[in-house]
Design a protein around this ligand. Structure first.
Ligand code: GDP
Ligand code: NAG
Ligand code: NAG
Ligand code: NAG
Ligand code: MG
Length: 516
């Protein structure tokens, strides 16, 4: 016969370990429920937002680029407008037969949120022929036209003399040894090269004026109730993005050097760089001074005061040798010793005082004109990059190459931030706040905000928006949009924005009053 213990006694008899496990299970259960309800107590970002320091995702921005619509537009009316004309455009996806499941996932998302109304065709590209099974499944997933293309050997493979060289094999192995992501995956290098300079020459892509690049395993979180191609055309936009982030340094150590050398060798390019260039570069020439030496010492705003103080102290000491009392002498000698010990900072990647800041549009999402790439300057740029071998001696991604390449050609105003398009790929996502719009905010969708621009968004709960976590790229982007050309204390401010005279004045006021 089982003994029936009183609960209190039973609790005492449970060994400590087990007791802990019960507590843990109970807590896990409670938190699961809270999490499901979106009331996770540790998500501090959802509680007190400091009104003076709001994350970008809780702010509006205005300037040279605005969302085309804030919230939903009536898609039926939009399509019935006699001025509406379907654009010469298609989706483009490079993929493999094995990725069918993830491809269908992306298609379901884009069909549901956009293409069921607009019916844009799809172009699928592959270095191998697509199987009948793949084609059948894709066809069944949309009512739009679908085309399948293969990529020929010249466009996909590295040239034979490269492929067969010992250098090629050791270069990939070496990148693997150094732990560079995808470094020894030849196919990844080929993919990056293809997307950098060849996809737009494929006949299935070049027969359209516009393309929208998509990838397997992508989620869209909001409805796109208007035609982004048409709105871009109407607003003179040429390239659209949703995510702007930094690249891994070791994938592109020589990309900027090579780019600068291309610019030097291309007549007229340097004088005509687009203003978008500023989004991708740091400028170390921040001190407005005639003293070239001090200019090389000062590369960040925080360098200005200490370096100029040092200079003043040393000058002062040299001028007043022998006339100072001990204490001042000692301090001056300290400065002298310090200066003798320190080395002029070598900004190893700085060329003409400029450096790549690693920012790039995340190119797995792009809505753009095909001719942005298929033109003299960009084609020459790609050829130059190819001849420098960086697609295999390093692991240059197509994203930084598109960004830097377009930075040379485009102005900031030519680019559109699709802030209203909620997007996730791999672990990064952007999801906008909905606009306030009666019918569209009825419980089923996220709450609306005054500053919101999303249409029927349902964002994943408690996830970080990359818009709030993309330093310094989003900072630079928003600064530039507002025409600020970087504020004075901004990292890498673009213009020589600190006057040496002002700083010297300040130092004198602080330190030299007694002596003078
Ligand atoms: N056909 C084909 N597609 C590829 C190959 N490698 C990558 N892709 C495609 O290129 C895109 C980018 O590749 P992915 O591995 O997703 O790169 P990630 O997003 O940077 O991690 C995806 O659409 C892939 O399906 C390849 O060897 N062959
Ligand atoms: C294709 O169109 C039919 C008829 O309008 C519709 O019932 C079906 O859901 C559509 N299929 C897809 C994949 O959108
Ligand atoms: C291979 O494809 C590229 C672009 O996709 C094209 O420019 C080139 O002419 C093609 N080459 C051959 C030999 O068909
Ligand atoms: C679409 O654009 C391509 C590339 O610009 C062009 O060659 C083609 O004639 C256009 N098609 C239509 C139907 O306008
Ligand atoms: Mg991918």
């Amino acid at each position: 016969m089982a003994i029936n213990l009183k609960p209190k006694v039973r609790r005492l008899l449970l060994d400590k370990r087990q007791q802990k496990r019960y507590v843990f299970l109970l807590m896990a259960f409670v938190f699961t429920i809270l999490y499901r309800m979106g009331k996770w107590p540790f998500a501090s970002k959802n509680i007190a937002l400091d009104p003076h320091n709001l994350p970008y995702s809780f702010q509006d921005y205005s300037g040279k680029d605005e969302p085309f619509f804030r919230g939903c537009t009536d898609t039926n009316l939009y399509l019935q407008d006699p001025d509406y004309a379907k654009m010469n455009a298609s989706f483009v996806m490079l993929t493999r037969n094995e990725e069918l499941g993830d491809v269908l996932k992306t298609m379901r998302s884009i069909e549901g949120h956009f293409n069921q109304w607009f019916g844009y065709p799809y172009v699928f590209l592959n270095d191998r022929p697509f199987t009948d099974h793949f084609k059948g499944q894709i066809q069944a997933a949309t009512n739009a036209t679908v085309e399948f293309g293969t990529i020929n050997e010249t466009a996909w493979e590295f040239p034979a003399e490269v492929r067969d060289s010992l250098l090629f094999k050791t270069a990939l192995e070496d990148q693997n040894d150094r732990g560079i992501m995808y470094g020894n995956m030849e196919s990844y290098h080929k993919m990056c090269r293809f997307y950098s300079g060849l996809f737009y020459k494929h006949p299935l892509v070049s027969k359209y004026e516009w393309y929208w690049r998509i990838e397997p395993d992508v989620d869209f979180f909001c409805d796109i109730s208007y035609d982004p191609f048409l709105e871009m055309a109407k607003n003179n936009k040429k390239y659209g993005f949703t995510v702007l982030i930094t690249e891994l340094y070791w994938t592109v150590p020589n990309l900027f050097r090579t780019t600068k050398s291309f610019i030097r060798k291309t007549a007229g390019l340097k004088e005509n760089l687009g203003t978008l260039w500023k989004l991708f570069t740091f400028n170390y020439n921040i001190l407005d001074t005639e003293d070239e030496e001090i200019s090389r010492w000062v590369n960040y705003p925080s360098d200005a005061k200490p370096k100029l103080t040092e200079k003043l102290m040393v000058d002062f000491l040299l001028e007043n040798r022998g006339q100072l009392d001990n204490e001042e002498d000692l301090e001056g000698i300290q400065y002298l010793v310090e200066r003798a010990r320190s080395k002029m900072p070598l900004m190893e990647d700085s060329i003409e005082g400029e450096d790549y800041n690693l920012c790039h549009f995340w190119s797995n999402f792009e809505i753009a004109r095909v001719d942005l790439f298929d033109n003299e300057v960009y084609n020459a740029y790609f050829k130059y990059l190819e001849e420098s071998n960086g697609f295999w001696t390093e692991r240059w991604g197509d994203a930084p190459i598109h960004s830097i390449g377009l930075g040379m050609i485009l102005d900031l105003e030519d680019v559109h931030y699709f802030r209203d398009i909620g997007y996730r790929h791999s672990s990064l996502e952007h999801c906008p706040k909905n606009a306030i719009q009666g019918e569209s905010n009825s419980g089923e969708f996220d709450d609306g905000f005054d500053f919101g621009c999303g249409c029927r968004c349902v964002c994943p709960k408690n996830e970080e928006d990359i818009e709030d976590n993309s330093t310094p790229c989003m900072d630079i982007f928003f600064e530039l949009l507002q025409g600020k050309e970087y504020e004075k204390d901004f990292p890498g401010c673009y213009k020589p924005s600190i006057k040496d005279k002002d700083v010297i004045e300040e130092i004198r006021r602080d330190n030299f009053r007694v002596i003078e």
